[in-house]
Design a binder for this molecule. Structure first.
Ligand code: DLL
Length: 426
């Protein structure tokens, strides 16, 4: 179902005209309502077309940290209706502030996302992202309310309770991280239970792959779609896959997306992979101009078979910051995930350890679990095969360790942490 066909299926020329009009208003608004942006936009002309976007300054996470907590507000504090924040690993959290209108838009893009992922008004939907400062829980809640679905605000964690709700209530859809969906699916199977009517999982907030999706769909008996977003922009709902599964539709009337070359910052052509940059077209409290997300993807603009005309971004390779440099070779954890999940003998759980012995070279160990249903005669042989396939794909030598099912710790709240990099900080 398309929740707002009047926006989601707008002809491209009309959509781009709307984006341009909103971009002009945004630049004007930033000049007049925020001192940091006024300074940054000094001497820069207002855009005369959408192409002029490329001449406007970028914003980065560092800008947000520097302006902590409320330096990037574009409305008086008295107009704020909510604050969310993302923790990050070091320093100040990143704050996102919302007016009442921003919250309405948050609900709207989440309702569109849930509808695209198979949820209909009247359906029960279990929101299993964390409620609180994290945007997932309350964003999911708003999506249900705007769509007219029935929200079950389970929040993250408390797996026994989550399973009870899924097995007892007619829950049609669940929203959570992909790694938590996997935890739930594994546990339900191990306990020999079945969910009552669960059919859709809408997963996001962390990097995952199509291979992981296939595993999850099989184990959970659901259709799983990918949802993307970030605190700095609004939270989840920036982009969402439809049931055609041909990439994530960007909610382009609210978020203007570009793909740029990481090094030069120049816009890339459709289909080329680079860093996703987003401009908020309608945010009031904390609008963002050309935010460098650090997330790597590509974008196409052809109409999708579902009827939506919005641009679609591909599944992410990962974050720039998550890239491991092993003896000079760049390695994305997502590439390791793709290879590991290609082995039917292995479960979708894995961990990557990176060490640098004193005066030695980087050493990478990939720990994988053998699948509970697989009979494996020779664990060493399996480890050697996985090692071979991984080093062939990644072009770096490494070791693999196969451990028994259930050995690798499952994360029940928050984002999965699969990489343990124990090298000294540079
Ligand atoms: O993770 C918002 C969210 C909540 C998205 C629920 C989806 C579902 P942050 O904590 O600010 O916000 O983290 C944002 O997470 O820049 C990506 O690196 C990563 N990320 C989010 N969704 C995906 C996804 C929320 N579908 C950061 N695929 C982003 C890959 C994702 N990475």
């Amino acid at each position: 179902m398309i929740f707002q066909p009047e926006y989601e299926t707008l002809e491209r020329h009309a959509l781009e005209a709307l984006q341009f009009e909103r971009l002009q208003m945004l630049v004007e608004r930033l000049r007049h309502s925020n001192a940091i942006y006024r300074e940054r936009l000094r001497g820069i002309e207002n855009p005369g077309s959408l192409e002029d976007l490329a001449g406007l300054p970028f914003s980065t996470k560092a800008d947000m940290r520097d302006a902590y907590p409320l330096g990037l507000l574009a409305v008086p504090e008295a107009q704020l209706a909510r604050i969310h924040a993302s923790s990050g690993t070091t320093g100040n959290p990143t704050i996102s502030a919302y007016t009442k209108e921003d919250l309405r838009i948050f609900g709207e893009v989440m309702a569109r996302s849930f509808a695209a992922g198979g949820i209909a008004p009247g359906d029960m939907f279990q929101v299993a992202w964390g409620y609180g400062l994290f945007t997932g829980g309350l964003g999911g809640q708003a999506g249900c309310e705007t769509l007219g679905a029935c929200a079950i605000p389970a929040s993250s964690g408390n797996t026994a309770r989550q399973i009870q709700l899924l097995c007892d209530l007619p829950v049609v859809g669940i929203g959570c991280t992909p790694s938590y969906a996997l935890v739930l699916a594994e546990r339900i199977r191990a306990e020999g239970r079945t969910t009552k009517v669960l059919r859709y999982a809408i997963c996001g907030a962390e990097s995952w792959t199509r291979e992981m999706r296939a595993e999850l769909e099989e184990l959970f008996g659901v259709v799983a779609t990918n949802i993307y977003g970030l605190t700095e922009i609004i939270g989840p709902g920036v982009a969402q896959e439809c049931l055609q599964k041909q990439g994530l539709h960007v909610q382009e009337d609210h978020f203007l997306a570009e793909i740029i070359d990481l090094d030069t910052g120049k816009p890339l052509a459709d289909g080329e992979r680079g860093e996703l940059v987003i401009t908020t077209l309608t945010r009031e409290a904390m609008p963002v101009l050309r935010y460098r997300t650090r997330d790597l993807t590509s974008m196409v603009r052809e109409r999708c078979a579902c009827g939506r005309t919005s641009a679609r971004i591909d599944w992410f390779t990962g974050r720039v910051d998550d890239m491991l440099v092993i003896r000079g070779v760049n390695v994305f954890p997502s590439a390791i995930e793709e290879v590991v999940l290609g082995f039917t003998e292995l479960s979708p759980n894995y961990r990557i350890f990176v060490d640098r012995p004193r005066n030695g070279l980087d050493a990478m160990l990939v720990e994988v679990e053998h699948h509970p249903d697989a009979t494996i005669d020779d664990l060493d042989l399996l480890a050697r095969r996985v090692t071979g396939r991984l080093s062939e794909t990644l072009l770096v030598s490494l070791e693999t360790r196969v451990v028994p099912p259930g050995t690798i710790e499952r994360i029940e709240a928050g984002k999965a942490k699969r990489v343990i990099d124990r090298r000294p900080a540079p």
